[in-house]
Ligand binder design. Structure first.
Ligand SMILES: Cc1ncc(COP(=O)(O)O)c(C=O)c1O
Length: 394
């Protein structure tokens, strides 16, 4: 007879109820204030959050928008990127990164990742540009690095290549608000090294709304003006439209909630990193060699948040079987992302083949996100690591 399993412990990938509990009264008060104000489109709550996020990341202008996807879309629209244009990005990210490029009618040019940080490899970027004839290179209107899982891409080398070719950088900082990058001139926050940076407030992000939301930041005044206009159908004055935009406004209810959460963000980043480093230490102590913890590229650089661990991403031997084993024992582990862009059915028209970007393909087969949220307890982490040890011992 099969041995009876003890009731499984439940370790979710995220526990928003635990985050909500201590903030509940303040969040409800903020919502009530917006409800009573009857200011339901833009207005003081959105403006306040824009000032707060601008100050938090160190950017002169912040424009609240309807989602992280729309932040990216607006950034491309603000540069008037469209049919005939090319945008270089990583083949390994959430779908929106390449989806928005195609949506404005431009063509995504994909490049491989560097395997430690999972982000756009500067060498891959360089060879993508080097492989183009001069007229084609002239059609590259943006470079779009992603800071996957909460750790910055190598923005120094990427920025240097971009400057040499006169191409603007738009940062997909959807997963990395507050992550630090050790720039030559001093520490900078993700999203503020390029011409524009785009954040997402999707509920699972370190700074999550209770619905959709996003923000674009820039130091460029003229661009900020264009972004504000584009999020209101390109309006310049009441009912006078200088350009064709859309309805991309951030909801004041979401802005009010985010203003309550923002003062806690640094603490949440630190708690996630504490948990991440604890996993890494537990794997080492238990001698689990089949799992590779995520390396910190900037961990020894005395920056404020070397990695904000929106996800704690291991590489694991026999990943799919491990994920299933964990699921059966109550541990939610997720694969972000199983299919790189160049292998997505909708991007077959780009003409890439399997094998084109080996590091991204290897990552897609090996990565697994373990729960790392701030409220995760030491006992839960020990349980997760015990289940992983059991899997490889079996
Ligand atoms: C890397 C990346 N880019 C873009 C997005 C899009 O953000 P949103 O879901 O807010 O539209 C997300 C998140 O969902 C993301 O993780």
């Amino acid at each position: 007879m099969a041995e009876k399993m003890p009731d499984p412990v439940q370790v979710p990938i995220l526990d928003l109820k635990a985050q909500l509990a201590p903030l509940r009264a303040e969040l409800l008060a903020a919502l009530t204030e917006v409800v009573d104000s009857t200011q339901y489109i833009l207005g003081p709550r959105v403006e306040r959050l824009e000032r707060e996020i601008g100050a938090y990341v160190g950017s002169r202008h912040a424009i609240g928008v309807s989602s992280g996807t729309d932040a990216l879309l607006l950034a491309l629209m603000a540069l008037e990127i469209g049919p005939g244009d090319l945008v270089i990005t990583s083949t390994f990210s959430f779908f929106a990164t390449a989806g928005v490029v195609a949506r404005v009618g431009a063509r995504p040019v994909l490049a491989d990742i560097e395997p430690r940080g999972f982000n756009l490899d500067p060498a891959g970027l360089e060879s993508a540009l080097a492989g183009m004839a001069a007229p084609e290179r002239g059609r590259v209107k943006a470079i779009l690095p992603v800071h996957l899982y909460g750790q910055c891409a190598e923005l120094g080398p990427i920025g240097e290549i971009a400057r040499r070719h006169g191409i603007p950088v738009i940062e997909d900082a959807a997963q990395s608000i507050g992550a630090s990058y050790p720039a030559a001139a001093g520490e900078k926050s993700s999203g503020t090294l390029g011409l524009m940076g785009c954040y997402s407030f999707f509920p699972s992000k370190n700074l999550g709304a209770m619905g959709d939301g996003g923000m674009v930041v820039t130091d460029d005044e003229a661009l900020a003006h264009r972004l504000r206009s584009l999020r209101m159908h390109g309006e310049e004055a009441a009912y006078k439209h200088a350009r064709i935009g859309g309805n991309f406004r951030l909801d004041p209810l979401q802005a009010a909630l985010l203003s309550v959460k923002l003062p806690h963000l640094d603490g949440w980043h630190r708690a996630r990193r504490r948990n991440a480093l604890r996993y890494t230490e537990l794997f080492r102590a238990r001698g689990i060699r089949e799992v590779t913890p995520p390396p910190e590229l900037y961990g020894d650089r005395a920056v404020k948040h070397p990695h904000i661990y929106n996800q704690y991403m291991i590489r694991a031997e026999r990943r799919d079987a491990l994920q299933q084993h964990l699921g059966e024992r109550g541990v939610a582990a997720r694969v972000y992302y199983p299919i790189p862009f160049h292998l997505q059915p909708c991007f077959q028209y780009l003409g890439y083949r399997a094998g084109a970007f080996p590091e991204a393909e290897r990552a897609a087969a090996e990565v697994l996100a373990l729960p790392v949220y701030p409220e995760l307890t030491e006992a839960m982490q020990a349980y997760v690591v015990d289940q992983i040890a059991d899997f490889y011992r079996a």
